[in-house]
Each structure stands twice: as structure tokens, then as C-alpha cells.
Design a protein around this ligand. Structure first.
Ligand SMILES: Cc1cc2nc3c(=O)[nH]c(=O)nc-3n(C[C@H](O)[C@H](O)[C@H](O)COP(=O)(O)O)c2cc1C
Length: 170
């Protein structure tokens, strides 16, 4: 069966639904959303963050994964969306990365559609945000995903996207 014919067959069966940010098929397995928080390694430099984002965008686009990475005052908060196998494999790799530690899974859910489909890996530098946005969702104007529920962290992400606070270079 040709690639086109296979694609058409999936369409007829109604089982093909995961696409990458680039519009390429990202896998026929079910979609999931994963949100985790972690603490940056001591001495993490801006170049390290740039390298993480560069790798993420290349790898994620090729594997049908989309999402957003927040970094603020030594804390990472990242949302990943994509096929279940791809997201789970990537999460295991990220957790083992020595550029951060103490990763805590704060939300994992099966989803019908993506919320961050436009980003192979968007970036949020929370230091530049209006503190009132953080105060809306937590007791202080600092990012502390370890102290709030996964639902609250997701609400913050959604607002960041709605207020166009997500940057994506390259
Ligand atoms: C906070 C953080 C977030 C990361 N996010 C991603 C990501 O979204 N996609 C990705 O491919 N790698 C991400 N990485 C990098 C991976 O841990 C890993 O270094 C990269 O995928 C290359 O893996 P490899 O050396 O086994 O090929 C992240 C690393 C950190 C510390």
C-alpha cells in the first residue's frame, strides 16, 4: 500500500488523528498530555536552556510531540502532548537528564485534541510576565508548581497561550 493509500485508509476508518506541528502524521496511537515540574541543576546557564530548546524542537517535530517549556527562578514546568508511546519515551529520557533533577509528574491525561499544537516546543520566560497572572493562580507571584495542583498549572499554561506569552524561535 502506498503512503497516500495508507493515509486514506486510516481516514476512512477514522482512527488517524495525531499530527505534528508541521502537519505530518505523528503516530496513530492515542493522544496524551503530560505535565511535570523539576528543579534546574545548579549553575544552569542561558546557553544550556538554548541547547535544550534546540534539541527539543528538532526531536519533537520529528516525533509528533508539541508543548511548552517554562523556566523561572530555577524551576522548570513543561507540558508535552503527542502519541502515548512517544510522550512516555520522551518523559523517561528527560527525567534522566542531569540538567535538572527532582522531576515530579503533576498531570497525565488522555486527550481528544491538543492545546499546544502550534509549538514543537514553545518557551516561556516567566520573569518577563506580569506578576498578576501568577497571583491569579497561586499565593505568591512566583512559579511554584510543587505547591499547586496540576489543574492549576495547566490553567496557567492555557492563559499564557491565550495571552500570547509563548515564544518560539526556529
Ligand atoms: C527541562 C528539560 C526539558 C527537555 N525537553 C525536551 C523535549 O521536549 N524534547 C526533547 O527531545 N528533549 C528534551 N530535553 C532533552 C532531553 O533530556 C535529551 O537530552 C534529548 O532528548 C537528547 O537525548 P539523546 O541524547 O538521548 O538523543 C529536555 C531536557 C530538559 C533538562
Amino acid at each position: 500500500m502506498t503512503g497516500t493509500a495508507r493515509f486514506a485508509a486510516f481516514g476512512v476508518l477514522g482512527t488517524f488523528r495525531a499530527f505534528s506541528a508541521c502537519g505530518r502524521p505523528g503516530g496513530a496511537d492515542m493522544l496524551v498530555r503530560l505535565l511535570y515540574a523539576s528543579r534546574a541543576a545548579a549553575g544552569l546557564a542561558p546557553e544550556d536552556l538554548t541547547a535544550i530548546l534546540r534539541t527539543s524542537r528538532a526531536h519533537n517535530a520529528a516525533n509528533g510531540i508539541t508543548g511548552v517549556l517554562c523556566h523561572s527562578e530555577g524551576i522548570f514546568l513543561q507540558v508535552l502532548e503527542g502519541g502515548r508511546a512517544a510522550v512516555n519515551t520522551l518523559y523517561n529520557r528527560i527525567v534522566a537528564d542531569r540538567r535538572h533533577h527532582g522531576a515530579e509528574l503533576v498531570l497525565y491525561e488522555e486527550i481528544g485534541e491538543r492545546r499546544f499544537a502550534g509549538w514543537a516546543m514553545g518557551q516561556v520566560a516567566l520573569a518577563r510576565l506580569n506578576p498578576s497572572l501568577l497571583l491569579k493562580y497561586s499565593a505568591t507571584a512566583t512559579l511554584d508548581p510543587f505547591a499547586v495542583s496540576g489543574a492549576v498549572s495547566m490553567a496557567l499554561f492555557e492563559e499564557l497561550v491565550a495571552t500570547a506569552s509563548v515564544a518560539c524561535q526556529g
